[in-house]
Design a protein around this ligand. Structure first.
Ligand code: SF4
Length: 408
């Protein structure tokens, strides 16, 4: 099925807005901040502050640049004293700043920086290096690292942090957060999350109507501009299109034979791997990377509480037992045949507990796994052929399991 005209137009409208804001930020005509993944950007959009995501910048750079260029960025980071073994996105982004100082590696100069201390131990340190580089103020939003699900005291604490963030922003911008604009940003973010989560729900349909690769690309608006009109409009149109595909049983693969979970961040320098899986009839239908971040619902009547619940419940802030429960539920709801465990050396925060999840699925549900090591952004040492051979072998495992179930 051809892409709908409306989807194309609204995607273009989003990117027009995004690149216009980016150009204004680059020329110093817009207040700009660098934000770490997963903090309340809705507030920034309501205050007309451009939130620039170095993590997204690094992932786009890895997806669209040749491996040699990405390798060059990583080496520049190493020369500047930043270990390649910590976080691959930070290595690429900091490497690009050091490799191309005249343009800060393609990143607009920030007015100030905001990092979060509850998603990943690297964020604050990474931002401190950028604070040293740019010599601008840096606000750290704190939050509990949860050993269980959040409790009222966690929510209260995070709300107090959001309020401190607002005070910081008001001081920096010399303007007040307009309550009407804040409410509108929350409403828009909630609508975008609703459409995005419904798109993910449609992948329960057999065959699945949207691919892991397309979602990897299409998540950019909800990550960068969650409270913008253009974001919500785009996901409304995309949802309508995906729903039609689901109704018409249009598959992303020539033949959907096996339904899989991808566990971890996509491999941005080898997104073709997803196409390879699909060419072999193996389709990804669930990834925590989307579901556990961008389908969180907000209640516009309780904006602060909603933001706290959304941003405290990201995947990397979940305890292992809850992760196992979530994945087991996904296996049932999405009729999953196997799990691909990408042991990502580029993001330890995401990779912790993966083997326990896979072993538990094997033992309790009989779900087989493919485990391989690599790096989401740093292409060094990635053997494309070897990984594809492992995919072929995994398909044999899935086939024999299927045959065994038929016969047994
Ligand atoms: S290690 Fe992972 S979560 Fe942490 S900053 Fe890097 S990409 Fe983000």
């Amino acid at each position: 099925m051809e892409e709908r005209e409306e989807v194309r137009e609204l995607r273009n409208a989003f990117y027009e807005k995004y690149f216009q804001d980016l150009a204004e930020a680059q020329s110093g005509n817009k207040i700009t901040t660098y934000v770490t993944g997963y903090l309340p950007s809705e507030i920034l959009l309501a205050m007309d502050i451009f939130p620039f995501y170095p993590e997204a910048h690094a992932s786009v750079g890895c997806a669209f640049n040749p491996a040699e260029e990405v390798d060059k960025l990583c080496r520049s980071a190493e020369i500047a004293g930043i270990s390649r073994d910590l976080c691959a996105f930070s290595t690429c982004a900091l490497g690009s700043m050091h490799a191309y100082p005249e343009t800060n590696g393609g990143m607009p100069r920030p007015t100030f920086l905001i990092s979060s201390a509850y998603t990943c131990g690297i964020h604050v340190l990474w931002w401190e290096l950028m604070q040293y580089y740019y010599q601008v103020p840096h606000f750290i939003i704190d939050g509990p690292v949860l050993c269980a699900d959040y409790e009222p005291r966690h929510i209260e604490f995070f709300i107090s942090q959001i309020k401190e963030l607002i005070s910081f922003l008001e001081e920096q911008t010399k303007s007040r957060l307009d309550p009407d604009r804040f409410r509108r940003a929350i409403e828009l973010s909630e609508s975008a999350s609703w459409y995005f989560s419904e798109i993910l729900e449609l992948r329960k349909t057999i065959p699945s109507p949207i691919s892991f690769r397309q979602l990897t690309v299409e998540m950019f608006p909800i990550v960068t501009f969650p409270g913008a009109e253009e974001t919500t409009n785009f996901y409304r149109a995309l949802y309508e299109e995906v729903r039609e595909k689901a109704e018409r049983k249009i598959s992303v693969a020539p033949r959907e034979e096996f339904r899989l979970i991808w566990d971890n961040i996509p491999i941005f320098h080898d997104l073709d791997l997803i196409d390879y899986f699909e060419s072999q009839g193996m389709v990804f239908v669930y990834e925590t990377f989307f579901k556990e971040y961008w389908s969180k619902r907000l209640d516009p009547a309780h904006p602060f509480e909603s933001l706290a619940k959304k941003y405290l419940s990201g995947w990397t802030n979940r305890r292992l037992e809850r992760k196992i429960e979530i994945i087991e539920e996904a296996v049932e709801s999405h009729a999953v045949d196997g799990i691909v465990v990408f042991q990502n050396k580029g993001c330890r925060a995401y990779s912790t507990g993966q083997l326990d999840v896979a072993m538990s699925l094997q033992e309790r549900k009989g779900i087989p796994h493919l485990i391989f090591e690599g790096n989401m952004a740093d292409p060094g040492g990635h053997d494309r052929n070897k990984v594809r051979e492992m995919v072929d072998m995994f398909k044999d495992v899935l086939k024999s399991r299927k045959a065994g179930r038929k016969n047994g």
